[in-house]
Design a protein around this ligand. Structure first.
Ligand SMILES: Cc1cc2nc3c(=O)[nH]c(=O)nc-3n(C[C@H](O)[C@H](O)[C@H](O)COP(=O)(O)OP(=O)(O)OC[C@H]3O[C@@H](n4cnc5c(N)ncnc54)[C@H](O)[C@@H]3O)c2cc1C
Length: 547
């Protein structure tokens, strides 16, 4: 029988891990495998072996089959964060598409797990013309420091790829050979790109490609096919290595003196407060939630927020500049739910000594009516009163158009590295009138990043020509927050960073942060593999410290 929170609160844990996403589950797994007593605290649900979980499709599509469930239940059972983000620069709200529950964002992710490039670890060299001095010269660790942990993470998440990336000469990633046959349209596109002298490759996927795999991007997998942090790390930690998990537990703040965290306090499922104790406290609540937790943990010893001597907590937010491209003609107007996921290129990762990013496929899109809802929610904020309400009339037509576009086009989402700026930040905010959690985000694209975005778009347009495409300039909005990072960055200088090179808070001897907050620059590629590899690196360090 699972022990109650009251019983678990009596234990002095070796490590308490807050959040079971990519960083938290991976680190907790590695520590528990090494014999440490680990407690995971997670605000969402555990979708594994949970009959209430909404898997295999969008929770919005499945929820009508659960008329007894509240909206909040549906978000929880669909593995989704129900929060609203206030885009403070444009004074509008949006609902970020993020994970909450076992596996965090990885339970919904597109399963592309790629290494950063060595150049990402010395970012300033590739952005010599960037006017701000907020970009560090280098990360406190090098690519070679992370390399063995990349290899371990690649094995752990059973990554599969097929065509190697010509831009990564000399690397030997630990990938299992891909087994998925290419869609005919992908083969045509590959031929076209090669003719354009583009170095196409297959991105590495954390996917078992089971026979009837539907590529559950954005939704919980219903086939034990997606290798996310819940299946790969959390489950074995609980089942084989005696870790414990409390779900539905929202950590509210950490109690600390000047040098140590002494307690973890939050509200359990039944609305009761609990306090847990551990030798080490590991924050892994994600780059949008971790800063709020530190800021809420103010005390006379830490008047500006715990571990916030530098004032950097919540600042230097990055999110990648991601546009969405639809390529209708590519797919002969046939339904192609996931085939474009098979090709990517990194020819523009670095051009003329300047870093840009990767061109990557997107995979599955939401149903048209869901996307129409979202779009109208935002449009109505710009058009007040009756005019805004009358936009409702557009809903059916918009839904049909979007559904047609999404289901009959190839779709890609190139990722451009954005640079850190102190003014770009996450701040705490009181909940909305409907009780939804709210987070304020201040994010402006700098002139330097805007100029690179323009050039990146031009270079991509030239490659795709003469394929017709529709570009949704999503990079211009704050909506794509899935790659948020940087809000508790690591570095060697305690005056400008929150964490040291072992992801330990400067001046707080038992507090670690291992989610995406630690990135001092965002790189031009998906973050998950780096988060996982870094968590394994930190875990190795902690277990060696014990010896
Ligand atoms: C739809 C989608 C597709 C994506 N595709 C890819 C991809 O293909 N490749 C890639 O590399 N990345 C992808 N990402 C991004 C990737 O999932 C994230 O970068 C990654 O999961 C971040 O890991 P993390 O450890 O920082 O935090 P998260 O994985 O976000 O985990 C944080 C966890 O902490 C919990 N938590 C938060 N606050 C509290 C609290 N107060 N108390 C208790 N628990 C709390 C949350 O519920 C959550 O479970 C995608 C994300 C989404 C949403």
């Amino acid at each position: 029988m699972t022990p109650s929170p009251e019983e678990l609160a009596k234990v002095e844990w070796d490590a308490i891990v807050i959040g079971t996403g990519m960083g938290g589950a991976t680190l907790g797994y590695a520590l528990s495998r090494a014999g440490e007593r680990v407690l995971f605290l997670e605000q969402g649900e555990n979708y594994l072996d949970n009959p209430r979980a909404l898997r295999g499709d969008y929770m919005e599509t499945m929820s009508p089959s659960r008329p007894d469930a509240s909206e909040e239940d549906n978000f929880r059972n669909g593995g989704r964060w129900r929060a609203e983000v206030h885009d403070a620069v444009n004074n509008r709200y949006f609902r970020p598409f993020l994970g909450a529950g076992a596996g965090g964002g990885s339970a919904l992710y597109g399963m592309v797990m790629e290494r950063l490039f060595p150049s990402d670890f010395a970012p300033r060299r590739y952005h010599a013309a960037a006017p701000s001095n907020e970009l560090p010269d280098r990360w406190p660790i090098s690519y070679d420091d992370l390399r063995p942990h990349y290899e371990k993470a690649e094995e752990l998440f059973r990554l599969r790829s097929e065509i190697p990336d010509p831009q990564r000469k000399g690397e030997t990633p630990r990938h299992v050979q891909a087994i998925r046959p290419h869609h005919f349209a992908t083969r045509n596109f590959e031929r076209f790109l090669r003719w354009k002298k583009i170095g196409v490759y297959t991105p590495a996927f954390a996917c078992e490609w089971k026979d009837d795999c539907r590529f559950c991007q954005s939704v919980l997998c219903d086939k034990e096919c997606k290798n996310d942090a819940a299946r790969v790390c959390l489950r074995p930690a609980l089942e084989r290595h005696h870790a414990a998990l409390v779900t539905g537990f929202k950590v509210h703040r950490l109690e600390a003196n000047r040098g140590r965290v002494t307690g973890v306090i939050g509200l359990g499922r039944e609305g009761r407060e609990h306090r847990f104790h551990g030798r080490r406290i590991v924050l892994a609540a994600g780059a949008l939630a971790t800063p709020g937790l530190l800021l809420r943990s103010r005390s006379p010893d830490w008047p500006n927020g715990l571990a916030n001597g530098s004032g950097a907590v919540g600042r230097y937010l990055m999110r990648h500049l991601i546009d969405v491209y639809f390529l209708p003609s590519l797919w002969n107007f046939r339904k192609t739910p996931h085939s474009l996921k098979e090709l990517a290129w990194n020819d523009f990762y670095e051009v003329d000594g300047v870093k840009y990013g990767t061109f990557q496929p997107f995979g599955k899109f939401p149903p048209g009516d869901l996307a129409a809802d979202d779009l109208l929610f935002e449009l109505k904020q710009s058009v007040p009163g009756w005019a805004g309400k009358s936009l409702e009339a557009l809903r059916p037509g918009l839904a049909v158009f979007l559904e047609f576009l999404f289901s009959h086009s190839g779709c890609a989402a190139p990722i451009l590295e954005d640079l850190p700026h102190r003014e770009n930040r996450v701040e705490e905010m009181p909940p909305g009138p409907d009780g939804r959690e709210r987070v304020a985000v201040h994010y402006k694209i700098s002139a330097y990043d805007r100029a690179r975005l323009k050039r990146f778009r031009k270079m991509i347009g030239r490659v795709l020509f003469p394929y017709p495409f529709i570009r949704f300039p999503m990079a211009d909005t704050c909506k794509m927050m899935a790659h948020a990072c940087g809000t508790a960055r690591f570095g060697d200088d305690p005056a400008t960073s929150v964490l040291n090179k072992w992801n330990r808070a400067h001046d707080v001897e038992n507090l670690y942060v291992v989610d995406a907050s630690f990135f001092p620059s965002s790189g031009g590629i998906n973050p998950s593999l780096t988060i996982a590899a870094n968590a394994l690196r930190v875990a190795d360090h902690l277990t060696q410290e014990n010896r």
